[in-house]
Design a protein around this ligand. Structure first.
Ligand SMILES: Nc1ncnc2c1ncn2[C@@H]1O[C@H](COP(=O)(O)OP(=O)(O)O)[C@@H](O)[C@H]1O
Ligand SMILES: [Mg+2]
Length: 391
C-alpha cells in the first residue's frame, strides 16, 4: 500500500506511542512486583483463595438450608463417606500446592524483576565509586540504562563534566599563580646574594639591589592581592557593598588621578551624562582602572585615551578608547582569561600578570553589566562597559 508520507509519519508516531506506553506499563508491573510488594501480592492471593473456600462452603450450606425449608422430596443417594472425604482432601491439597506454587512463582518473578531494575543501579554505584580525582575523566556507562535511569546517568555525567572542567581550571590557576610568583622570588633571591657578595663595599650595588627588591616585592604584593580576589570570587565569597552614587563624579575622579600619574598620554574626557547608578563604588572603580591602565600600558607615548559615556534605555555605557597597539583578532576571545597576555615579552616590560581583565570582567559581571571589545591592530582599542542603572 502506498501511503502519504504524512500518514506514514503519523502511523509511526502512534506506533511509537503505543510501544512506549506498553513498555512503561510493563515496567510499572515489574516495578510493583519487585521490592517486597511480592509479599503484598501473596497476601492478596491467599486472601482470595480463602474467600473461594468460604464461598464454596457457604454455597453448600445455603443449598442444604434451601432444601430443608422448602420441604423438597429428596432422592437419597447413599455413598461411601470415605470417598467424599478423599475428594475433600484432594481439593484441599490442590489448594495448598497451588498456593505454594503461586508464592514460589511470584518470588521468582519478583527477584528477577528487581535484579533487572537494580542491576544497572548496582553497576552505576560501582562505577561511581571508582571515580576519583585521578580519573575525573571517566564517565558512567550509559549502555544498560533505560529511560529515567538514562536521564539520571546523563545528568551525573554532565555534572562530572563540569566538576572536571572547574577542577582543571583550578589546578591550572594554581600552577600559573605559582609560576608567576617564581620570577619575583628568584629576582629577590638574586639581589640578596648580590648584596651579600658586593653590596657591603659597593654603595651603588646596594642601592640598586634595594630598589629592585622593593619593586619586586611590590609586584608580588599586587599579584597576591589579585590572586586572593579571584580565589574569593571562585569560592563565592566576594560580596559587593552597593550604594547609589553619581557615576560621572566617579569617572571624573578616575580621570583626575590618571592625569596625575600618567603624563605621557593625552587623556580626553567627554562626560556630560548625569546618572545615578547603584553599584559598589570601590570595586567598580577598580574595574574601570583596569581598562584605563591597559590603555596607558598599550598605547605609545603621546597617544590619546578617551573616556566617554553613553545612555540607552536602561543601560549606561562607559567607553574607554585608545589609539594604541590594538589586539590581534585571534587573541580577542582569550584576553579575559586568567594569565592571558597577547605578547608576553611586551607585557613583561610593562609589568602585567594577565589578570587585570579577568578581575574587571568578574566585577562587571557581579554588577549585571557587560563588556564589549572593539580593537584593531595598529589602530587602537575601544572598550564598552554596559551597566544597568536604577530609575
Ligand atoms: N587597551 C589595550 N590595547 C592593547 N592590548 C590590550 C589592551 N587591553 C588589554 N590588552 C591585551 O590583553 C591582555 C590582557 O590584559 P590584562 O588582563 O589587563 O593583563 P595585563 O596584566 O597583561 O595588562 C594584555 O596582556 C594585552 O595584550
Ligand atoms: Mg592589565
Amino acid at each position: 500500500m502506498n501511503r502519504h508520507p504524512r500518514t506514514k509519519a503519523i502511523i509511526a508516531k502512534v506506533k511509537m506511542f503505543i510501544k512506549d506506553v506498553a513498555r512503561k506499563i510493563l515496567r510499572l508491573f515489574y516495578f510493583s512486583i519487585s521490592f517486597k510488594l511480592t509479599f503484598v501480592f501473596t497476601a492478596i492471593l491467599s486472601g482470595f483463595m480463602l474467600f473461594v473456600v468460604v464461598a464454596v462452603f457457604m454455597g453448600m450450606n445455603y443449598l442444604a438450608d434451601f432444601a430443608i425449608n422448602n420441604d423438597y422430596r429428596f432422592l437419597q443417594i447413599i455413598t461411601d463417606a470415605n470417598s467424599v472425604n478423599h475428594f475433600m482432601q484432594l481439593v484441599m491439597w490442590t489448594f495448598v500446592v497451588a498456593y505454594l506454587l503461586g508464592v514460589l512463582l511470584l518470588i521468582k518473578i519478583g527477584t528477577k524483576a528487581s535484579r533487572k531494575i537494580l542491576g544497572p543501579i548496582k553497576k552505576m554505584t560501582q562505577q561511581a565509586k571508582e571515580i576519583t580525582v585521578q580519573n575525573l575523566g571517566s564517565r558512567l556507562d550509559l549502555s544498560t540504562a533505560q529511560d529515567e535511569l538514562r536521564d539520571l546517568t546523563e545528568t551525573i555525567n554532565d555534572m562530572l563534566g563540569s566538576i572536571q572542567e572547574s577542577y582543571n581550571m583550578q589546578s591550572q590557576f594554581a600552577s600559573d599563580a605559582s609560576h608567576e610568583l617564581k620570577t619575583p622570588i628568584a629576582i629577590i633571591h638574586g639581589y640578596a646574594d648580590l648584596v651579600r657578595r658586593w653590596g657591603k663595599e659597593d654603595k651603588a650595588i646596594l642601592e640598586e639591589s634595594i630598589e629592585a627588591i622593593k619593586n619586586e616585592s611590590k609586584n608580588m604584593q599586587s599579584l597576591v592581592e589579585k590572586l586572593l580576589m579571584l580565589s574569593r570570587s571562585d569560592k563565592q565569597d566576594f560580596s559587593l557593598a552597593k550604594g547609589e552614587f553619581e557615576i560621572n563624579e566617579l569617572l571624573k575622579e578616575i580621570v583626575r588621578e590618571t592625569k596625575m600619574i600618567d603624563r605621557d598620554h593625552k587623556v580626553i574626557e567627554k562626560l556630560d551624562i548625569e546618572r545615578v547608578i547603584n553599584a559598589d563604588r570601590t570595586t567598580l572603580k577598580q574595574a574601570i582602572r583596569v581598562f584605563i591602565d591597559n590603555s596607558i600600558k598599550y598605547t605609545q607615548k603621546d597617544g590619546t585615551i578617551t573616556i566617554t559615556t553613553m545612555q540607552k534605555r536602561r543601560k549606561f555605557t562607559i567607553v574607554v578608547e585608545d589609539n594604541g597597539v590594538g589586539i590581534p583578532k585571534k587573541d580577542l576571545p582569550y584576553i579575559f582569561n586568567r594569565f592571558y597576555r597577547v605578547d608576553k615579552s611586551r607585557t613583561k616590560e610593562s609589568g602585567g600578570h594577565g589578570l587585570g581583565l579577568a578581575i574587571a570582567q568578574l566585577i562587571i559581571d557581579r554588577h549585571n553589566g557587560n563588556i564589549t571589545v572593539d580593537s584593531k591592530i595598529g589602530v587602537g582599542t575601544k572598550i564598552f562597559i554596559d551597566l544597568p542603572f536604577s530609575k
